[in-house]
Design a protein around this ligand. Sequence first.
Ligand code: PHE
Length: 405
Amino acid sequence: ITTDTVTVRGKTYNRDSWTNVTPTILQKLGKNLHGKKYHPLNLIKLRINDFFYKNYFNKYRNPLFSVYDNLSPVVTLYQNYDSLLVPVDHPSRRKTDSYYINSEYMLRAHTSCHQVDLIGMGLDAFLLYGDVYRRDAIDSSHFPVFHQVEGLRLYTKYELFNKSTDKDTLNLFEDGQRLPTKQESHTHETSVMMEHDLKKTLENLTFHLFGKDIEVKWVDAYFPFTHPSWELEIKFRGEWMEVLGCGIMEQKITRSAGAADKVGWAFGLGLERLAMKLYEIPDIRWFWSEDTGFLSQFEVQDPYTSITFKPVSDSPPCINDISFWINQKSFSENDFYDLVRAVGGNQVEQVHLIDSFFHPKKQRQSQTYRIVYRHMERPLTQNEVNILHEKISSKAVQTLDVDIR
Ligand code: PHE
């Protein structure tokens, strides 16, 4: 039954034409995996906190970075986008890419949405952990909910140039030109020092987590809220996997947050991908498993215990395709992915578009999706798979305006 309101974490919001959160997604709110004792995401979090506690201090010899891990994932579109200078036509704003509660509130798509608020509270260095939500195809490394830690550090002129011999002549700001390597308001020295400090911090964190032998590479990137920007990739099962985005904060943001006299860097790191690498977990859906065969593998008192994941079920996958005619005006791929997820739950391992064509006589578009069924914890029977597949197809007909071919 659809009502005209939607209730999230005890608060009621009016539905409007933007609303696209689904019950399956809303169920994930409050699961708080990163706060769950012995959960692999919690173990990673403890290691990351430990790295920052041990290596960074303020002038009173107290830990420099404060840690936040309990901010609501319900944020305004302003927090998620506008406060970070995300342009109005940016792809991430599309209804097909993010989860909206209504035209004013959404489920955060990244932890960066809290940057401005926390700087506004007067913080100069923080780590912020949270669940983030993005509409996406499901595969072994993508799931519509995952966890990030945001790290941010601000510097005054004195703090940044403290160790330079010519610190008295150096300035944070100038009225200059924007270049690939710097912002118009930053001096060359600011840019060089900040890039060096940011990259060293993140490389050291990576070595702290994985040891010196890990293969890493920096790739130039673009984010609306940082310039310059980079991504860090690490090698996982022979392939490069992006684990974090980072950059020098746009001065306009730092200024609007109330820290005009400082410069900042920020990063956003995906916890699942780090944990997958660290524990050799082959599939991101495992993090949601409540099976004791999975969870008991991580019950260790010391977060630095070395653990290698052992698969709980190695039953073969069942592959079924589904083809239908779509109504191009009302159909979006991500709606179908959400539907499959809602009906199939953790018995669906993968779903992706494998064929699409336009029939000139019928004047209609056809699409074929491949659904790979596999339960993470036990074998599925062909009969179970057939029933699920049938449910998915009838639900698609009912709700997505498609006709099965
Ligand atoms: N928020 C970005 C993402 O989720 C990552 C990021 C954080 C990039 C901070 C730059 C600075 O992809």
